[in-house]
Design a binder for this molecule. Structure first.
Ligand code: ZN
Ligand code: ZN
Length: 276
């Protein structure tokens, strides 16, 4: 029986932990303890096909840390900086500057996401494909590589946020890597083995003591109760919460204790293996 092997390359959110210059208790604890207390930007690696989903600005460092030495495919979920700004790794993977030779790496995204990324980042994808030749762009909503099928679903057509439905034989994993709310129902989510979901505030108290309900982004964040409801409704075997922002104000140690009280709801850390 083959296994599907995924790795959380980075479990952080909009800002890394410790966040530069920040003196909050979460960042200070991360500086002191290191390891799983630190979080780099949000990214997932599908080991079976050497695919990276999302390139936050620290992805090159994150790949070194997690000993990821081969990337053959890249996809980006949406145009926000915390998922795009590390796209420069394709220069190293897809171009030999000494021999001036391109070795284009496969790049996949929804057509509307490719357009957004180019608009917001000085046509960077056009540059990498047409000038440097280090990526070959596939505008698509489906990828089939070896024995893995991936559907890319636009969960929010106002902001063009891709969810990934990763399938291998009977196994099914969903990667909802950013802005999952408003959440679009999809029949395909039923009976998933793992639902990896972002932007969840467990107790609604933010890093500075503010209640989530008073924060400007309150409508974009799931509560833990909503996640439990979703898990039950879709009969999800395991939920992994990722994109853990510094503004939630919770440490790795806190989540480790919290997950003991929950039924198959885990909190990601950098380097976490998800084997299905
Ligand atoms: Zn901080
Ligand atoms: Zn994000």
């Amino acid at each position: 029986m083959t296994t599907l092997k995924l790795k959380i390359v980075g479990s952080g959110g909009m800002s890394i932990i410790p966040s530069s210059f920040c003196k909050c208790k979460i960042c200070e604890e991360a500086r002191e303890k290191g390891g799983r207390y630190e979080r780099l930007g949000p990214s997932l690696y599908i080991d079976d096909i050497k695919m990276l989903i999302d390139t936050p600005e620290d992805i090159a460092v994150a790949c070194n840390r997690q000993k990821i030495s081969e990337v053959n495919h890249i996809s980006i979920s949406h145009s926000d900086p915390d998922h795009v700004k590390g796209i420069r790794i394709v220069e190293k993977i897809g171009y030999d500057f000494i021999k001036e030779k391109s070795m284009p790496i496969h790049f996949y995204a929804l057509p509307e996401v490719i357009k957004d990324i180019n608009n917001m980042n000085c046509d960077c994808l056009k540059y990498y494909s047409d000038v440097l030749g280090c990526i070959s762009i596939n505008e698509t909503s489906h990828m089939s590589i070896d024995n893995i099928d991936i559907d890319m679903i636009n969960n929010n057509t106002d902001r063009n946020i891709t969810f990934y439905l990763i399938k291998q034989n009977e196994k099914k994993v969903i990667y909802a890597c950013c802005n999952p709310k408003p959440f679009q129902h999809n029949e395909a989510y039923f009976d998933a083995d793992v639902f990896i979901i972002s932007l969840v505030s467990d107790n609604g108290i933010l890093n500075d003591g503010t209640k989530l309900e008073y924060a400007p982004f309150k409508d974009e964040i799931f509560t833990l109760n909503e996640i439990i409801e979703m898990k039950n409704y879709y009969r999800i075997k395991k939920v992994v919460v990722t994109h853990i922002d510094e503004i939630w104000g919770k440490s790795y140690g806190y989540y480790k204790e919290l997950e003991k009280k929950l039924d198959n709801i885990l909190f990601a850390y950098d380097g976490m293996d998800i084997i299905v």
